[in-house]
Ligand binder design. Structure first.
Ligand SMILES: [Zn+2]
Length: 105
């Protein structure tokens, strides 16, 4: 099945394809004070303020980008921040595309 899965709610949004996963929202957090990524479902040990992150996983690598680095205008515009993150990935990585690719249902 090649059709990507797109999902969103008030505090997260994501895109999953056959070979990549992109996510933005509350499950991926970054502590602004400790400057560390926080494991999903955990909080900073010192109760510092945290921010949501964009996460991309593909080709065996995982990339996380905190909201303040993404440069969005609203931390809870999850779809907008998801798109910003995907845009950064596309701008930074050379992707080999199959130009003969059609859409299979
Ligand atoms: Zn902290």
């Amino acid at each position: 099945m090649n059709k990507p899965d797109v999902y969103e709610a008030s505090d997260y949004a994501g895109l999953e394809t056959k070979n990549a996963k992109f996510y933005y929202g509350y499950e991926q957090k970054y502590c602004k004070t400790c400057k560390e990524f926080i494991e999903p479902a955990k909080t900073c040990d010192y109760s510092h303020e945290m921010e949501c992150c964009f996460m991309a996983a593909f080709e065996g690598i995982e990339i996380k980008i905190p909201f303040s680095t993404l440069g969005g205008t609203d931390e809870w515009d999850c779809v907008g921040n998801l798109l910003l993150g995907i845009g950064f990935i596309l701008a930074k990585y050379h992707l080999e595309l199959d130009t003969k690719m059609g859409v299979k249902k």
